[in-house]
Design a protein around this ligand. Sequence first.
Ligand code: HEC
Length: 97
Amino acid sequence: MKKLIAAASFTAILLASCTPKASTTVAPTGPAVSTSEQLAQGKTIFENSCKRCHGLPDPTAYTSVQWVGIMNSMAPKAKLTDEQHQWVYDYVVSVKK
Ligand code: HEC
């Protein structure tokens, strides 16, 4: 029983900490949901779409929270679909260690 409660509250904390504070229709859910194939797609899209207007940004230069905001402003500039937005987000966040 104790275990169940611990697991439930852990999940609640996880959900709370992963929720971007901005109210946006696209809510990146974090790197855990992506398959490696989607991460690879995200990398390709990132490398092809994100260097048109400026140099390719360093994924490790920003926190995952900062990337939420950056992707919310850059995805429309790069004309990404919601899916591509998610994949690129998952990729850049997966790079950082
Ligand atoms: C149509 C042009 C354009 C495209 C495409 C574009 N960007 Fe940008 N980006 C900008 C401009 C302009 C700025 C600086 C002004 C701003 O922050 O809006 C910028 C700034 C940035 C910054 C710095 C933000 C900061 O707060 O320091 C990052 C990181 C970034 N872009 C990432 C990306 C990524 C990732 C993609 C691909 C999904 C992308 N950009 C595609 C125009 C573009």
